[in-house]
Design a protein. Structure first.
Length: 94
């Protein structure tokens, strides 16, 4: 029988997480990173999302990127998936 971490393995997958600098979403980022996912953190404040990305890399050894963006800016949001695919080669979950 497989263990839960084997069943939930996210190694090689890429997650785009909005509001990743916050406490609740930060916990979701921690879980994804612990399971091996690469994470793109985006938040309105550049300092906040960069800090979250650095913390995830240092704590879990996963590759991360940070993107500061205002979710009210539709034009900027539309370019995010292609930007993530350019960086990581794929985007698996939002």
């Amino acid at each position: 029988m497989k263990r839960i971490d084997e069943l939930m393995d996210m190694s090689g997958r890429v997650a785009l997480v909005t509001g990743g600098g916050g406490d609740i979403v930060g916990a979701i980022c921690d879980a994804l990173a612990e399971l091996g996912a690469k994470i793109v953190v985006f938040d309105m404040e550049e300092r906040v999302c960069r800090s979250a990305a650095v913390r995830l890399t240092e704590s879990f050894g996963v590759r991360t990127e940070s993107i500061a963006i205002d979710l009210c800016n539709l034009e900027a949001i539309q370019g995010i998936p292609s930007s993530v695919e350019k960086i990581f080669g794929r985007l698996d979950m939002v």
